[in-house]
Write a protein that binds this ligand. Structure first.
Ligand SMILES: CC(C)(COP(=O)(O)OP(=O)(O)OC[C@H]1O[C@@H](n2cnc3c(N)ncnc32)[C@H](O)[C@@H]1OP(=O)(O)O)[C@@H](O)C(=O)NCCC(=O)NCCS
Length: 213
């Protein structure tokens, strides 16, 4: 038997994310939001990085000697470069509790006639495979094309990184071409695919409902 009328009305779910963090969001989706990192994130970031060494290091440049790419050195460098005219960092945070799942960087922002940044992304292995990053990259594109006022975002992806290629495609980026020995990854000059999205294509996708805020 149905309960009293008020029991049948969907109650809003409690938002446990600390309010200031959510208010600082760069963009908010249904399952994740993006925000700039702050020094108070140090411990959580350190745990996430340390737990994901084997998941991430095969896709990243080799660290300089003496630099701990999965410890405090990396976290401090990440925080020190969190916001500037030449680049920005964002954290991918779970909407219902604010937990940090991964990150998206807006690298090498170039102005003048190019108006572009290079996106870099990763998510902790425990959070892979659920669509969080698809939403996060779409939110990152929104931030790039609106707040940052860019005309183009580009992501360079190792051809064997099937998850990253699939992510780029799901998020609306287009395959543009192939660059031999483009970036040093894990100590080796590695071929990359260039994936990109321009403002015009992003607007067209929005009008057909393929992207979201
Ligand atoms: C690349 C990387 C970020 C991709 O993350 P991901 O979890 O695969 O991406 P998503 O969060 O979009 O999840 C996609 C998966 O969720 C599924 N999914 C479920 N619901 C979904 C939804 N609503 N929307 C999109 N996908 C959804 C997809 O079908 C896909 O499933 P699959 O894993 O069986 O293919 C991640 O693998 C990673 O961090 N890798 C290591 C670092 C790295 O490679 N960085 C990039 C270097 S270029």
């Amino acid at each position: 038997m149905a309960g009293p009328p008020h029991a049948r009305v969907a109650q809003p779910r409690a938002m446990t994310t600390p309010l200031p963090r959510r208010l600082d969001a760069l963009a908010v989706g249904e399952r994740v939001f993006l925000r700039h990192p702050v020094p108070a994130d140090r411990d959580e970031l350190l745990s996430l990085r340390a737990a994901n060494r084997s998941h991430l290091e095969k896709w990243e440049p080799k660290a300089s000697p003496g630099f701990d790419a999965f410890g405090l050195d990396w976290v401090n460098a990440f925080l020190a470069t969190r916001r500037g005219t030449r680049g920005e960092r964002s954290l991918v945070c779970r909407i219902h509790d604010g937990a940090i799942l991964g990150q998206i960087s807006f690298n090498t922002i170039l102005r003048g006639p190019l108006q572009q940044c290079f996106l870099g992304w990763w998510i902790g292995a425990a959070h892979e495979g659920g669509g969080n990053m698809t939403e996060a990259v779409r939110l990152a594109c929104h931030h790039a094309f609106t707040t940052l006022g860019l005309h183009r975002v580009e992501a360079n992806i190792v051809p064997t990184n099937a998850r990253s290629r699939a992510l780029a495609e799901r998020a609306g980026l287009k395959y543009e071409g192939y660059s031999p020995r483009y970036l040093e990854i894990a100590g080796v000059w590695t071929d990359h695919e260039r994936w990109a999205l321009t403002l015009e294509d992003w607007i067209a996708q929005r009008s057909t409902g393929r992207t979201h805020r």
